[in-house]
Ligand binder design. Structure first.
Ligand code: BTN
Length: 235
């Protein structure tokens, strides 16, 4: 996969820039990278604090597959960031958390936000490099807090995109199965509490379904698929 990186000193949200570019025909592989964001967005309409020093990038994809399968690309991105972070922190516990967070020592270091248009998908990736903004939901960390040697942001981005290309090609050739298996092998497992739009459920994290929904085993022995929610391991 070929990436065409456009670097901006500051922007509102790289996801917005990528969506605008995709709407007027940008090809798959366009990457909008900003050094700072004014109005960075997280999942579920939350804010993503974006001071200079962290990584903010959005990739335009034009998946040839059915829209219901597009969520699979967030796992491709999570694996790419996992590979990158694991490379910089070889002695730390790096794990994935559903739907697409990367954790170091149980703390969030990265987030991914998928947004789509009629015929495109934007994969927005944020990685805490120098700063770990306070987050009301989850404890956060950064590469610098974790004592990584910090390379230039451009090298971190290139590293992530290279891994993204590898996992992307793998999915293109072999489908979701290897990506799902790799994600599961790196995911923090166990008893979870999931905060839903309405209410909360507890269960045992057992699997991902074929489009990336979380499969939970509930206390009554039934299984439930979750497509949107926040997972906590603090039970
Ligand atoms: C999350 O809530 O965990 C997702 C955070 C996604 C943040 C990235 S930073 C680059 C891109 N632009 C945005 O406005 N958000 C995403």
């Amino acid at each position: 996969m070929h990436f065409d990186i456009r670097r901006l000193p500051i922007t509102a949200s790289t996801n917005d820039d990528a969506k605008l570019a995709a709407e007027v025909g940008a090809a798959e592989g366009l990457v909008i990278w900003a050094l700072e964001q004014n109005v960075g967005r997280g999942r579920q309409g939350r804010q993503w604090e974006s001071p200079a020093g962290n990584l903010y990038a959005s990739v335009v994809l034009r998946p040839p597959t059915a829209r219901r399968e597009w969520g699979r690309y967030s796992f491709v991105a999570a694996l790419a960031i996992y590979d990158c972070v694991g490379g910089f922190l070889p002695h730390s516990l790096v794990e994935l958390k559903w739907p697409n967070d990367v954790l170091v020592g149980g703390k969030k270091i990265s987030g991914i936000l998928l947004e789509s248009g009629e015929d495109f998908l934007v994969v927005g990736m944020g990685l805490n490099v120098l700063h770990s903004p306070e987050n009301p939901l989850y404890p956060a960390t950064s590469l610098s807090v974790e004592q990584a040697e910090i390379p230039p942001l451009e090298d971190i981005l290139t590293n992530i995109l290279k891994a993204f290309g590898v996992w992307y090609d793998r999915m293109k050739a072999e489908g979701f199965a290897p990506v799902r298996a790799a994600w599961l092998a790196r995911a923090r497992q166990g008893a979870v509490r999931v905060r839903l739009d309405q209410g909360e459920i507890h269960g045992q994290f057992v699997d991902l379904d074929e489009n990336g929904a979380l499969r939970l085993l509930l206390a009554d022995g039934t299984e439930k698929s979750i497509t949107t929610g926040d997972v906590f391991f603090d039970i």
